[in-house]
Design a protein around this ligand. Structure first.
Ligand code: ATP
Ligand code: MG
Length: 360
């Protein structure tokens, strides 16, 4: 008898919509048991997210409590991050579960700011994260993470990633002099980037955030074709010119069949540091428009905030310096949505999983 009640309640819980990706929980709901009106269930999400657990838990609870047979609900939420599919014909990188690329058509829209924030937020939510700065002509990750000196090598072909704010990090900026990289032509630059990517000894990463150079030229296209990327996050500002460029970036990733996880609208409003008034100085609705037009999710809006800019440019990201700041919170929500969107993508079946032996 109770088996069929369990099944019915499990179906109800599985239909609950996850606020992070607007998809039903489905098979994330495990082991539901009902005894005398008390329900206990485990939910295993495909992404880490302490920050947004409360609303999800509340949604599950209220759905189950609406059933007259249920008097109490106890939910246990945990996560298991798996590698997701990459472009056909590419093999995943050693030591890296998922590469998430951060791209924009236009320069200066806050791509690196979003990349660093995304990395730190996913780490804060419980994932192991690395960041790779592929912006060959204008690497800014060393400054944003306070990296200095040269990385160590392990043997001739291996580079040990540097560490900053708990992240594994690598940038062309710590490998070669910027003046030297500046004069590289496209093919040499792409080759250098690929070498850096393949030779860095990433250690057990759930996510590697890839900060791409701005634009949709040859270097970006080659990276989109040759780097095993699981998903891409695009960044725009509300102005029409930036949005036109995002359109091109989305089209480029569409061509190489990398899923676009969504768009982040940066500098969407200005919050006055004196009075707290929020003003859409660059116009509003741009992110929403592009999301609708290209049929991709709007992952969130980040306000223009003096403290965010100052801290990130000083090597002390706001998320670390002030984790409770409202902007840190918004960045955290965006990171949860990014990871939740990625979790909806198909798994990478080519990754060898450890064999499980069952002893009877
Ligand atoms: N939301 C924000 N509030 C305040 N300052 C910001 C915000 N986003 C970015 N900035 C500042 O704007 C500048 C450009 O940002 P960032 O370097 O992240 O852009 P980018 O798109 O990576 O640029 P590039 O195309 O040169 O790589 C930085 O100095 C950063 O501190
Ligand atoms: Mg940048």
């Amino acid at each position: 008898m109770s088996g069929s009640v369990d099944k019915e309640l499990k179906a109800k819980a599985s239909a609950v919509i996850d606020p992070n990706n607007q998809a039903p929980l489905g098979s994330a709901v495990r082991d539901l048991v009902e005894r005398d009106g008390r329900v206990a269930l485990d939910v295993v999400l495909g992404y880490p997210c302490q920050q947004t657990r409360a609303p999800l838990e509340a949604a599950i609870r209220s759905t189950l409590m609406a059933d007259e047979r249920v008097q109490a609900v106890s939910v246990e939420i945990s996560h298991a991050i798996v590698p997701h599919a990459v472009q056909d014909g590419l093999a995943p990188l050693d030591g890296v579960g998922n590469i998430i690329a951060v791209a924009s058509g236009k320069g200066g829209v806050g791509k690196s700011t979003v990349a660093v924030s995304l990395a730190l937020a996913l780490q804060a939510q419980g994932a192991r994260v690395g960041i790779l700065d592929a912006d060959i002509y204008g690497p800014s990750i060393p400054r944003m993470l306070g990296l200095s000196g040269r990385p160590q090598t392990a043997g001739e072909q291996r580079i040990v990633p540097m560490e900053a704010l708990g992240l594994q990090a690598m940038s062309i900026g710590v490998l070669v002099e910027v003046d030297q990289a500046m004069i590289w032509r496209g093919p040499i630059a792409t080759q250098a980037l690929q070498q850096m990517l393949n030779q860095t000894q990433w250690q057990g990463l759930d996510y590697l955030i890839l900060d791409l150079p701005p634009g949709t030229g040859d270097i970006q296209l080659t990276l989109a074709q040759k780097v095993p990327v699981a998903g891409v996050v695009t960044v725009t500002t509300p102005q029409a010119v930036a949005i036109d460029d995002v359109r091109r970036a989305v089209a480029m990733f569409g061509k190489v069949k990398v899923p676009v996880l969504g768009v982040v609208e940066n500098m969407s409003t200005h919050i006055c540091s004196q009075c707290g008034h929020e003003d859409a100085i660059f116009g509003s609705g741009g992110g929403e428009r592009i999301a609708e037009e290209m049929n991709i999710p709007l992952l969130g809006q980040v306000p223009l905030d003096a403290q965010l800019g100052r801290t990130i440019d000083g090597g002390q990201a706001l998320m670390v310096a002030q984790p409770d700041h409202p902007v840190s919170h918004r960045l955290g929500e965006i990171a949860c949505r990014v990871a939740a969107r990625l979790a909806m993508q198909s798994q990478n079946r080519t990754v060898r999983m450890p064999k499980i032996k069952i002893v009877e």
